[in-house]
Design a protein. Structure first.
Lengths: 350, 261
């Protein structure tokens, strides 16, 4: 708008008639032009969303109409302010000049508008790009967190002691030429490793498969511990098809072996049970203890005690069942620890 | 040294024992004198038989390998080669103290190398007992303590053992026996073993008269002795509570003569 005023003023100056009437005429016609620009601006804004040709036509029409109105206003004004008369005959010349002023104004207006638009678009693009980068970063960090969790789980399942001791046992069988035993131990270890590697933390499998994987693990441990490990299972056959999170029992049994059987000089018992009540699957793992006094942590602290891995099991169940499960520790009649899980049978986990 | 090496194998897993035995059979000049499936069994065997080299598993139920080293009388302690499946901290401590160790699964070459090293160790005059290097490694693992300096004690019936910022005040009457392993002294009180940096002389100054020397590196609290057995070569065996047995050498036999009446 300011630009239009300057343009109009500068255009009027070459007339060089520095009398009061002419200066007044110059100023007033500038103000008039300025006022005319306001409806012009509104009209151009209105046409902004139209097709380019329509916009060109509209802009041209507005320029012509605006220039005509302004020329008439200027002529009339000059004749009113001064004693000059009969100027209407010069309308063509005045109009021609006005046309350029208005054309310049309309073009300038478009130029500024386009520049603003371009700038805005650039900013929007930058914001979008930043957002996209942030999203990508979030995605990557989420992925790496998931992968890390998976690795942790894997490392937890593949207890290095278990792995290296088992390899040592296999080497022993080979060295004493018990190739049949060595073969079956390698097969059991492979099947167990494959099961661990392929099992997804979130999937559920029938209890039957879970027990099968557990048996593989136990057979390997049985070879290592020999007569020091006695495992009993009381599994209700009706419970076998019920779905449970994969590798749920194995860490619990591994705990019992690590903290009870592995510490008791005379070895010990592990009892694994599965029962089905009307609404719940009740699983339990109990052991005969370590035989060491005061080495067993307090039951209440057990879920916080590192190395027992009970908290991670509880967290996993929380993700799957919400409040619909219970997981508790008590003293077993065998002399050690009893871990009991109550899982809902209806309403499959998420 | 043409005499064969007397070897004891200690592991809780029968297969691991079998494997080590098989591997040792192909190493020349090795005579396996025993196989033990627990730390307690190993300690008893070491008092009955003379053993030059012991392959000792660390992860065992009851007394683990490190407990066995701590509780074994310095004077009957053979050279020790530790065996472990996975224990990076222990391995680091062993490396620092030049104690040999084997990782599971065992490899034949490493086993014969360990035997050779043990032979060298046994030949070296500097070595006082097999316990020396092993105890140094355990002290490195657990952070060794030391005897609180200063002769003026407020209570001469206690032994002040400084363990970092802690000072344990161990009542002398609770101490069963003490043995020396190189730069360290092992003070055994009930189920606890304190490993502290000290010399036999320094420690003896702080002890009362019921503590007597029964071997080059062993001191016993006579009040804790439950029975005495005479064994060949003029030696004898003292039995304390908790299945602890200690050998008395001929040179120090007079110290316990009174007990036998």
């Amino acid at each position: 708008m300011g630009l239009s005023v300057v343009t109009l003023v500068s255009l009027s100056l070459p007339y060089d008639q520095l009398e009061f009437a002419y200066i007044a005429h110059n100023l007033i016609q500038s103000v008039g032009g300025f006022l005319l620009c306001a409806p012009l601006r509104t009209a151009i804004k209105q046409s902004w969303s139209w097709s380019p040709w329509n916009r060109v036509l509209t802009a041209s029409a507005l320029t012509i109409v605006g220039a005509a109105l302004w020329t008439a206003f200027r002529l009339q004004l000059l004749m009113t302010l001064t004693d000059e008369t009969g100027l209407w005959g010069d309308f063509g010349g005045w109009f021609f000049a006005s046309l350029f002023v208005f054309l310049a104004w309309v073009l300038l207006y478009h130029l500024v508008k386009f520049a603003q638009l371009l700038q805005g678009e650039k900013e929007t693009l930058l914001v979008l790009e930043a957002g996209r980068r942030k999203e990508a970063f979030k995605l990557v960090s989420a992925e790496s967190a998931a992968r890390e969790a998976q690795l942790k789980l894997l490392r937890y399942q593949l207890n290095p002691h278990f792995l290296f001791n088992t390899l040592n046992s296999i080497a022993s069988l080979v060295s004493t030429r018990r190739s049949q035993d060595a073969q079956s131990m390698i097969a059991e270890l492979s099947t167990f490793l494959r099961f661990s590697l392929e099992s997804d933390r979130n999937i559920t499998i029938p209890l039957r498969d879970e027990i099968e994987a557990l048996d593989l693990y136990l057979r390997i441990e049985q070879v290592r511990f020999s007569d020091r490990l006695i495992v009993e299972q009381e599994i209700d056959p009706r419970a076998l098809p019920v779905k449970v999170p994969s590798l749920l029992l194995q860490p619990l049994v591994e705990n019992a072996i690590k903290h009870a059987i592995g510490r008791a000089e005379e070895g010990g018992h592990i009892l694994i049970t599965a029962k089905l009540t009307d609404q719940q699957l009740v699983l339990s793992v109990e052991d005969s203890g370590s035989g060491e006094d005061g080495k067993q942590p307090e039951l209440s602290d057990l879920f916080e005690t590192p190395g027992f891995g009970l908290r991670s099991t509880a967290e996993r169940l929380e993700n799957l069942y919400g409040d619909g499960f219970s997981f508790n520790a008590s003293t077993s009649r065998l002399g050690g620890l009893k871990l009991a899980l109550h899982l809902p049978t209806r309403g499959n986990p998420k | 040294m043409t005499q064969s090496l007397r070897v004891l194998i200690v592991d809780d897993e029968p297969l691991a024992l079998d494997y080590m035995e098989t591997l040792l059979e192909s190493v020349p000049d090795v005579n396996i004198v025993g196989r033990c499936r627990s730390g307690r069994e190993a300690l008893a065997t070491l008092q009955q038989k003379t053993v030059d080299l012991m392959f000792l598993d660390i992860q065992m139920p009851g007394l683990n390998g490190l407990d066995v080293v701590k509780r074994c009388q310095s004077d009957v302690m053979p050279v020790v080669v530790f065996a472990t499946a996975y224990d990076e901290y222990a391995v680091r401590a062993f490396e620092a103290n030049a104690v040999d160790y084997l990782l599971k699964p065992f490899v034949a070459e490493r086993v014969s190398e360990a035997v050779l090293r043990a032979k060298d160790r046994l030949l070296s005059v500097a070595l006082q007992s097999g316990k020396e290097a092993a105890v140094a490694a355990i002290a490195g693992l657990e952070g060794g303590s030391e005897l609180l300096a200063g002769d003026a004690q407020d209570k001469p019936t206690r032994l002040p053992i400084k363990d970092g910022p802690h000072t344990h005040l161990v009542e002398l009457e609770t101490i069963d026996w003490i043995d020396a392993a190189g730069d360290y002294m092992c003070v055994h009180a009930g189920n606890q073993t304190y490993i502290l940096r000290s010399t036999m002389k320094e420690l003896e100054k702080k002890l009362t008269s019921e503590f007597v020397r029964i071997h080059r590196s062993t001191i016993v609290n006579l009040n804790k002795v439950r029975s005495v057995d005479a064994i060949p070569k003029g030696e004898c065996l003292l039995h304390l509570d908790d299945d602890v047995s200690l050998k008395v050498s001929r040179n120090y036999r007079s110290a316990v003569q009174d007990l036998m009446g």
